[in-house]
Design a protein around this ligand. Structure first.
Ligand code: AMP
Length: 185
């Protein structure tokens, strides 16, 4: 049987956050990836929104690739029952392996780690290192302050306006699914 045609890298919180709808956004994302026959690539943790995405994707039959550095296996409860569970030496290698094995990047609500991951793929795109589509899921307006900051950076002359075209903001998982289908077709 052929493997999944596309792999979707999901960056998101290792915590659930205070708004319970973010967990639902995570579950809907996992189920959506499975429904489309895609593979989930993520940080291999079984905590927070990460765990929600992974359990939903896995439960709905998606292939899963998890990548986690040795020192986080305990803290982020490494989910060893994934289709592939890869252990890296450090965070840099983790992000590289996740990125290299993905066709598109999705950023759900999360904290500083999710921001680090978003900015890495955004800045790599900015300097022409890749053209993989990046989707920011602005669920419940969670990422609005980030979008305001990015626009501010442009209006203050620290980035070209084209930077804002290097990612696509979507309000929910329904829009994310449509955007991913278009981008990957
Ligand atoms: P957070 O959004 O802060 O909950 O973190 C989400 C995920 O990003 C967690 O799995 C963190 O371990 C991971 N993370 C945090 N900082 C980094 C980093 N510098 N490089 C790669 N992953 C990170």
């Amino acid at each position: 049987m052929p493997g999944p045609r596309f792999s979707i890298c999901v960056f998101c919180g290792a915590r659930p956050g205070l708004n319970p709808t973010h967990a639902e956004t995570g579950r809907a994302t996992g189920a959506m990836i499975a429904r489309n026959g895609w593979r989930l690539v993520y940080g291999a943790g079984d905590v927070g929104i990460m765990g929600e995405v992974a359990r939903a994707a896995q439960g709905a039959g998606a292939a899963t690739l998890g990548v986690i550095p040795t020192h986080l296996i305990t803290a982020e409860r490494g989910k060893t029952d994934l289709t592939q569970f890869v252990i890296t030496e450090d965070m840099h290698e983790r992000k590289k392996v996740m990125f290299m094995n993905s066709d598109a990047i999705v950023v759900l609500p999360g904290g500083a780690g999710s921001l680090d991951e978003f900015f890495e793929v955004l800045t790599w795109a900015q300097i022409g290192l890749h053209r993989k589509p990046i989707f920011l899921v602005n669920a419940q307006g969670y990422w609005q302050p980030l979008e305001t900051l990015l626009a501010h950076i442009v209006t203050q002359g620290f980035a070209d306006a084209t930077m804002l075209g290097l990612y696509t903001s979507v309000p929910d998982v329904v829009s994310l699914e449509a955007a991913l289908r278009t981008a990957l077709s």
